[in-house]
Design a binder for this molecule. Structure first.
Ligand code: FES
Length: 329
């Protein structure tokens, strides 16, 4: 039977049980969200013992070298003995700087951190409440803006989103871990045409990436497609229209499944993209949102001629067991 030592106590694991599940089962509070190796909320550090490669493979070399691993992906062999600690050293204390509704279902949370975070717009962070509750959200802000900006989808039964919407107050202490993810603008091909597409809070990373690209002097056309079921699901429309007036190459295209108007297209997101960019050969694209949408768009853009190496996807995974999304998740 594998055993794990944490905070001077030993915890036995069931066969095939992950370190995360074993510690939670025995009453140890370990931050976690996706339980699928994607969000990195469950990072822990092994101070002795062998960690299976599957629990480290997605981590940066710097984290691997320090012994960090993902507790949700760590299923030690039957006779393994591991000593582990938390990842407090990777977390930056922060405070809630503002809370405001962007739409009936999206809350903007701005955070001030005690120390500057080195990140690119579009990457994601884990937000941790003082009791260890964790969820991952994409960064809609730019580093020069100082505050971190997250777009939180309000989900019925969502523990973090419910707390933020109903109980959290400006000034409350939280912490931030990250950044992680490679969904961000990379300079070097300023003439290239860009497609940014997503639905719901998939707009968060796209809003950051678009402004990052424009401020970096991107010269090729930049299309931002934001989809929602109804007009109430769209947000930041005024800000995005102002951006389109400011930058001639920036084209904002909001769309809904029902309830379109003169300014808002009606139809499926892929059809709206196809109408504007029928042959996206040589384009680069970022796709953000729920898995079904992102994977479907990715396939359609690839079949339309967009190279796989130029397709960046940020899939928001649901948290388990509650339904709340990762990466703005
Ligand atoms: S990576 Fe382990 S909970 Fe998300």
């Amino acid at each position: 039977m594998a055993t794990v030592k944490h905070a001077s106590r030993w915890y036995p694991l069931e066969p095939e049980e992950s370190v995360l599940d074993g510690l939670l089962r025995q009453g140890v509070a370990v931050p976690h969200a996706c339980r699928a190796g994607a969000c990195q909320s469950c990072l822990m550090r092994a101070t002795s013992g062998d960690v299976p490669e599957a629990a480290r493979v997605s981590l940066k070399d710097t984290l691997r070298a320090q012994g960090y691993f993902l507790a949700c992906m760590c299923r030690p062999s039957a006779d393994a003995v591991l000593e582990v600690s938390g990842a407090d050293a990777l977390r930056v204390p922060a405070r809630i700087a503002s809370l405001d509704l962007l739409s009936p279902s999206v809350l903007r949370v701005r955070l001030s951190t005690d120390a500057p975070l080195d990140y690119r717009a579009g990457q994601y962070v884990s937000l941790l409440r003082a009791d260890g509750l964790a969820r991952s959200y994409s960064l809609a802000s730019l580093p020069r803006e100082g505050l971190l900006e997250l777009h939180v989808r309000l989900v019925a039964g969502g523990e973090m989103s419910g707390w933020l919407a109903r109980e959290a107050r400006v000034g409350d202490a939280v912490s931030v871990q990250g950044p992680a993810g490679s969904c961000f603008y990379v300079e070097g091909r300023p003439e290239q045409s860009l497609i940014l597409a997503g639905a719901g809070t998939g707009l968060a990373p796209l809003y950051g990436i678009a402004r990052d690209a424009l401020e970096a002097g991107h010269q090729g056309p930049l299309w931002l497609f934001h989809g929602a079921r109804t007009p109430e699901g769209l947000y930041l429309t005024r800000e995005l229209r102002e951006l389109a007036e400011q930058y001639a190459g920036f084209h904002y295209r909001p769309s809904v499944l029902t309830g379109g108007s003169r300014d808002v297209s009606e139809g499926a997101l892929d059809a709206v993209i196809r109408a504007e960019c029928p042959k996206p050969v040589g384009f680069r694209a970022w796709l953000c949102g729920d898995a079904d949408l992102v994977l479907s768009l990715r396939k359609k853009l690839f079949l339309s001629g967009l190279s796989l190496k130029d397709l960046h996807a940020d899939v928001f995974l649901p948290s388990t067991p509650r339904v709340e999304a990762v990466g703005a998740r």
